[in-house]
Design a protein around this ligand. Sequence first.
Ligand code: 13P
Length: 341
Amino acid sequence: MNLTELNKVALAMVTPGKGVLAADESSGTIKKRFDAIGVESTEENRRDYREMLFRSTEAMNQYISAVILYDETIWQDAKDGTPLIQLIEQAGAIPGIKVDEGTQALPMCPGELVTVGLDKLAERLKKYYERGARFAKWRAVIDIGNNVPTMTAIHVNAHALARYAALCQAAQIVPIVEPEVLMDGDHDIDRCYEATQRVLNKTFQELRVQRVALEGMILKPNMAVAGKKCSKQASVDEVAERTVRLLKACVPAAVPGIAFLSGGQSDEQATAHLDAMNRIGNLPWRLTFSYGRALQAAPQKAWSGKAENVAAGQRAFTHRARMNALATKGEWDSGLEKKAA
Ligand code: 13P
């Protein structure tokens, strides 16, 4: 393992003014997104859609540091035969790959999940590295509910995240460690804070036990927010203040960067929260975005599967990428959203 090189890649992923595009929806998830815009989820449509994003020159050159791909995409070619991964590299962004294989029911823990995919991971990482991937992603899913999360679910998921991260670093790939505490449900921000704290503490404990070099990884957490169905939603400043406090308490300064997931927040909320956190300033790590839905909902709608809408889709993507890029520097302003609309 060359830690200097891993650290360089990790820092490049969180370059101020840039962030990560999470375009790694599994076949099941992208079908759900396509269903919502009335597009059939064929291999060709998935290719065309992602090609549209990766050919968004302004967004890719200026605001996107890295792109997370799904296995199908990393082996796919654009319409003209250029490998999609090459479009990303040509834009100066770093290609990466989702390597977890989804979730399974966790025995003895009704309703809870464990992320799987460690078997043969070392061999798969080697192939992805040869193809050009320089980072990877593994997502653990933790739910908040009645007597949930259990310590069991937190422990097994943290253990798997650390096993994955160590395998990545041994393969010279920067691991994005993503323990996502879901915002479904009616819990308040305090419960989210408490659950996320338990999850992050356990995750970093496991990372240490398994000798993962913190300088060569990126953390992808949820923010401290109230559940979607909670009647008492927190303000933007409260989310920012709580999230920063939580991360300061749990995330060592050796971690080069934190790239948030959007997790079902609206596009503008996700941007406003990131912006407010970066306005707090004086943070030990760089804070950026690694959004899926909050970057793609608008371009998906604008595109709607029609070739004549590609330019509109690219404009919508570029706008969201630019708004979030500004938020990484605490320079976003809601007035910019209205102007664009
Ligand atoms: P969302 O931003 O839509 O939560 O997706 C990010 C991601 O990569 C989840 O694993």
